[in-house]
Design a protein around this ligand. Structure first.
Ligand code: ADP
Ligand code: MG
Length: 358
């Protein structure tokens, strides 16, 4: 499969602010790519540059191997779906979807039957059957989002940019739309570049996950790699599923305010700075004295609170230095434990699951 999109050396500043600080990026055809990053990291700016709504100060964009630097947005053939999608309020569901087909600048369809056939196919694909004739004010938010998606997909772009398209939906609908987006994309074989501020969404949806940090790509890898081996402490922090311990390496130990951990034989990841990270779901809670074996590390913390979410419970413990350690237990692995408020527990992990950044 050839690459759909290739960016090299993309820079974009607003005054003193480098919104995009040298982006090099290749996106394959027929792929689901998640773009994850904190608010303000440049995600929307990057999509706007790719779509042609914004000119970069430097750098080149290739679509299907051809430069589109001088191609205006409406001639790029790139689809765009965003959170605050504007549908035509006076048109029906079908009318909104047909609009782009009949009115686009290149390859506009004039044949009414051909338009109707394509629109009907798209309505079925996005699950709007039966609502064709409704006005877009008479359908739900989730249905409107489907219309926005259908309106873009019906023009058969090779690349669709989605900027937090599920951000306005409630949690249930959001979860359902995630599955549907994946299925729709697979059936069409197009590439989705999906911006999300949610780490779980990015990891669940993307074949490839790009992590943006202050206008640079901090990591680009498959979801498993991002989850198991974040490339920098900042990525680990942003993923929101790691406990990050500050400190420094001294001989065979990592020494910091939370304690001293043996690192004999540990692999060192190049992270730009020294840090020690343990994933939330790699920690086991033991009543004191919480004996450990020779391949385990331990800190002690006082229980604060637990939060239940569908399949897991997350418990928070505060260490003597004030750091909060989060422990995630999947309910399929273990029944929920009752920890006593303010009681101290041992928090234990196997040395070889820790990530050591050096
Ligand atoms: P994200 O989508 O990741 O939240 P954005 O791409 O919207 O981030 O913004 C990246 C940075 O560029 C932010 O600091 C934002 O304030 C700034 N920025 C974005 N667009 C403009 C603009 N038109 N004028 C000035 N600053 C902007
Ligand atoms: Mg944004």
């Amino acid at each position: 499969m050839t690459d759909v999109l290739h960016l090299s050396g993309i820079r974009k500043s607003y005054g003193d602010l480098n919104a995009l600080d040298g982006i090099d990026l290749t996106i394959p055809g027929n792929a689901y790519v998640s773009l994850l990053g904190p608010s303000g990291s440049g995600k929307t700016t990057l999509l706007r540059v790719i779509a042609g709504f914004e000119d970069p100060d430097q750098g080149t964009v290739l679509l299907d191997g051809r430069s589109i630097d001088d191609t205006p947005a409406h001639r790029r053939g790139i689809g765009f779906v965003f959170q605050n999608f504007a549908l035509f309020p006076h048109l029906s569901v079908a009318g909104n979807i047909a609009y782009g087909l009949a009115n686009r600048e290149t390859g506009a369809l004039k044949d009414k039957t051909a338009i109707q056939r394509k629109v009907a196919g798209m309505i079925e694909l996005v699950g709007l059957t039966g609502l064709e004739g409704r006005g877009v004010a008479q359908i739900s938010g989730g249905q409107r989002q489907r219309v926005a998606l259908a309106r873009t997909l019906v023009t058969e772009p090779h690349l669709v940019l989605l900027d937090e398209p599920l951000g306005a939906l409630d949690a249930n609908l959001r979860a359902r739309m995630r599955t549907e987006l994946r299925q729709i994309r697979e059936r069409l074989g197009v590439t989705f570049l999906h911006v999300t501020g949610s780490e779980s969404e990015a990891l669940a949806m993307g074949d490839t996950v790009l992590v943006l940090d202050r206008g640079r790509i901090a990591q680009s890898a498959d979801a498993d790699t991002i989850y198991n081996r974040p490339a920098h402490p900042s990525v680990a922090r942003f993923l929101n599923c790691y406990n990050l311990f500050e400190g420094s390496i001294a001989g065979d130990a990592f020494v910091g305010p939370a304690g001293t951990f043996s690192i004999a034989g540990s692999e060192r990841l190049p992270g730009g700075r020294q840090a020690y990270a343990v994933r939330h779901d790699r920690i086991e809670v033991r009543p004191l004295p919480a004996a450990v074996t020779s391949d385990e590390e331990r800190v002690e913390g006082a229980f604060v609170a637990s939060e239940y979410s569908g399949a897991a419970v997350n418990s928070f413990f505060v260490l003597d230095n004030g750091q909060v350690v989060e422990v995630e237990t999947h309910l399929s692995h273990r029944p929920p434990a009752d920890y006593a408020p303010q009681e101290r527990y041992g928090l234990v992990w196997k040395r070889d699951v820790a990530l050591l950044y050096a």
